[in-house]
Ligand binder design. Structure first.
Ligand SMILES: Nc1nc2c(ncn2[C@@H]2O[C@H](COP(=O)(O)OP(=O)(O)O)[C@@H](O)[C@H]2O)c(=O)[nH]1
Ligand SMILES: [Mg+2]
Ligand SMILES: [Zn+2]
Length: 292
């Protein structure tokens, strides 16, 4: 049996890479929930086509869920590069959701503040660095993808990094800086394989060098986390950890209970108000979620 790596998908079809050569892939039977990053067993059909038989077990699976559906994004990711920018419309809820996604999958997150060339980025950088860098200890990289992304090269080494972020923050610009032929490749696949549509709507995996892979995924408007288990939620907030288990009530939801260690910590300024608010909104969503 030959194995390959899924590097792109469109509709029900996939692009699979086998020893540096790419093939169009269809799937056997109706099962087609494969995703970029999957290692798959394939059967050769001819010198351009293969059929996917099944998938090797995944180390992790990045996906999002909203009220009524779930979408898989990529698998076997070892680093989440969360790209943010003051423009077009920074959403702190989105940033927090990406961090919770990383924490819940035990994947290293790195926050990339892009568009630092814009004058209005100054205040933004200060605020983000103060909370997410200094208080929460997340690694932060500041750059202007329009100028260069060289700072990212050592960070990518020996990792499979997934670029994630709202539409328009600069993910594709970063990808094109790092892999100059990325643009052409995406377009080549799109034009020949998807009659007429202009952009790929799924993630694409690129090889950088030094065993580094980079996955660009199209902008997301929301990053739903309806699949999370509410009982584990506090574990994904690093600044909550020292207070977990210290509330008066064992089943405390940290919203308005008396003697809540987390609410007390926020009153003392040990937990940021916006983060607490995000936690409460998210846990409320999980409590009222539909069943899948
Ligand atoms: N000023 C500025 N604009 C940028 C920068 N990086 C990307 N952009 C612009 O932001 C827009 C969206 O970029 P794109 O890479 O398509 O974002 P994506 O949706 O995250 O893939 C484009 O017009 C880029 O030229 C940057 O560092 N500075
Ligand atoms: Mg893009
Ligand atoms: Zn509590």
């Amino acid at each position: 049996m030959t194995t390959g790596l899924v590097v792109n998908s469109y509709g029900r079809n996939f692009i699979v890479e086998i020893e540096n050569k790419t093939f169009k892939a269809t799937t056997k039977s109706k099962k087609n929930d494969y995703v970029v990053g999957d290692i798959v067993n394939i059967e050769l059909i001819n010198d351009t086509q293969v059929q996917i038989i099944d998938v090797h077990s995944r180390k992790n699976l990045i996906f999002r869920t909203d009220q009524n559906r779930s979408k898989i994004i990529a698998s076997n990711v070892t680093q989440l590069l969360i790209v943010i920018a003051i423009k077009p419309n920074f959403n702190i809820f989105f940033l927090n959701s990406c961090l919770i996604c990383a924490e819940s999958q035990d994947i290293q997150p790195i926050i990339i503040i892009n568009k630092i060339d814009l004058a209005e980025s100054q205040q933004f950088i200060t605020e983000i660095t103060e909370l997410y860098g200094k208080k929460l200890n997340y690694k932060i990289v500041e750059l202007s993808a329009l100028n260069n992304c060289t700072e990212l090269i050592p960070i990518l080494r020996n990792k499979t990094s997934l670029l994630i972020g709202q539409s328009g923050v600069g993910k594709s610009t970063i990808t094109n800086q790092i892999i100059p032929e990325a643009n052409t490749r995406t377009h080549a696949i799109t034009k020949s394989e998807t009659s007429g549509s202009h952009t790929t709507t799924n993630a694409t995996l690129y090889h950088v060098n030094n065993n580094a892979d980079l996955i660009d995924c199209p902008g997301l408007h929301e990053f739903g986390l309806y699949h999370l288990d509410i009982e584990s939620l506090t574990d994904y907030f690093p600044e909550f950890r020292e207070f977990i288990g210290k509330c008066k009530f064992r089943n405390c939801r940290h919203t308005n209970e008396p003697n809540c260690a987390i609410l007390n910590a926020s009153k003392l300024g040990l937990i940021d108000n916006q983060r607490l608010n995000y936690f409460q909104v998210l846990s409320n969503k999980l409590l009222t979620k539909p069943t899948y």
